[in-house]
Design a protein around this ligand. Structure first.
Ligand SMILES: [Fe+2]
Ligand SMILES: [Fe+2]
Length: 270
C-alpha cells in the first residue's frame, strides 16, 4: 500500500476550497485572507452556495452593465453572497449556526411552512426538536410557537445584510451588500430599507434570477412552492403571479416583468 504523506484535508477545508474555486471559475477576485468569516460562512451554506453559483452563471450570461448600476463583477459577487445569511446572523456562535443550518431543510412538501416552527418540526420529524427549539429561544430570541417556518426562513436576508454590513471590505461595498440582501422584496423583506418605488435594477435582477433558479432547479428552501422541477414556462408563470400579487407600484412591476422576459429568453437551456 502507498503511504499517506500529504496531511489530511478536513471537510471544512474541502468546502472552503470549493468556494474559492467557484469564485476563481467566475473570475471574481476576492481577498480571502482579509475575509476569513465570509469564506467560513459561504462554505457552511454548502448546497445554498451551489444555487448561488447557478445564479452567478445566469448573471454572467444576462447582466448588461447599465449606467449607474453595478458592474458585472460586482453583480457576480452579489449573486455569490446573497444567501450567506442562511448560515445565521453575523454574531451567531457555532452551535447556533449549526442549528440554523439544519432548519433550512424541508423534507416533505406536504408540510406547510406557514405552520409555526414548533409544529413544522414535529410534522417533519426533526430529531432533537426540544434542543433545536431551545436554541432558537435562548440564542436568537425567536418564539417557535408563534413564528411561522416561512418567516424564519425569510430571516436569511436580514442575516445576509447583517453579515455583509459588518464585514465590509473593498469588495463588499455598501452597494454590493444592499443588492445582495434585497432579493426578497416581492416577499416584503427589505432589510436594507430600500425605497420600494426606486428599487435598483440590479436588486430586481438578482431577485428574479433567484426565483427562476429556485423554480427550475428545485431548492430545499422554497420547495414549498413546488418540489418538482417546473418547466421554464411554468416557472415564468409562477414568477409572473408573484410580481402581480406584490404590493409594488405598476412602474416597478413592469421593470420586474422586463427582467423576467430577458432571463427567460437567454437561459432556456440551463
Ligand atoms: Fe435567498
Ligand atoms: Fe437564493
Amino acid at each position: 500500500m502507498f503511504s499517506e504523506t500529504s496531511p489530511e484535508i478536513s471537510e471544512k477545508e474541502l468546502k472552503e476550497e470549493k468556494v474559492k474555486q467557484a469564485f476563481e471559475d467566475l473570475e471574481v477576485e476576492f481577498s480571502w485572507d482579509k475575509n476569513p468569516k465570509i469564506l467560513e460562512r459561504l462554505a457552511e451554506t454548502n448546497e445554498h452556495f451551489a444555487d448561488a453559483v447557478a445564479i452567478a452563471k445566469i448573471i454572467e450570461q444576462s447582466w448588461e452593465e447599465s449606467e449607474g448600476g453595478l458592474n458585472k463583477k460586482e453583480m457576480l459577487l452579489c449573486g455569490l453572497l446573497h444567501d450567506i445569511g442562511k448560515s445565521g446572523p453575523n454574531q451567531a456562535d457555532e452551535e447556533t449556526r449549526t442549528v440554523i443550518q439544519k432548519l433550512f431543510i424541508h423534507k416533505n412538501s406536504e408540510t406547510s411552512p406557514t405552520l409555526p416552527i414548533a409544529e413544522f418540526l414535529q410534522k417533519e420529524n426533526f430529531t432533537d426538536q426540544k434542543y433545536l427549539l431551545q436554541i432558537l429561544k435562548e440564542k436568537l430570541n425567536i418564539k417557535p410557537e408563534t413564528e411561522s417556518m416561512i418567516t424564519f426562513w425569510r430571516r436569511h436576508v436580514d442575516w445576509t445584510w447583517d453579515i455583509l454590513k459588518n464585514n465590509s471590505t473593498q469588495e463588499i461595498t455598501e452597494e454590493v451588500a444592499t443588492v445582495a440582501a434585497s432579493h426578497h422584496i416581492l416577499d416584503q423583506k427589505n432589510p436594507a430599507n430600500l425605497d420600494i418605488d426606486n428599487i435598483p435594477e440590479s436588486a430586481q435582477f438578482l431577485e428574479i434570477t433567484d426565483k427562476y433558479i429556485l423554480l427550475t432547479l428545485a431548492d430545499k428552501y422554497q420547495a414549498f412552492i413546488e418540489r418538482n422541477k417546473k418547466s421554464h414556462n411554468e416557472a415564468i408563470r409562477a414568477i409572473q403571479k408573484m410580481i402581480e400579487q406584490s404590493n409594488l407600484s405598476e412602474k416597478i412591476q413592469k421593470k420586474y416583468f422586463t427582467i423576467l422576459k430577458k432571463i427567460h429568453k437567454q437561459n432556456i437551456d440551463i
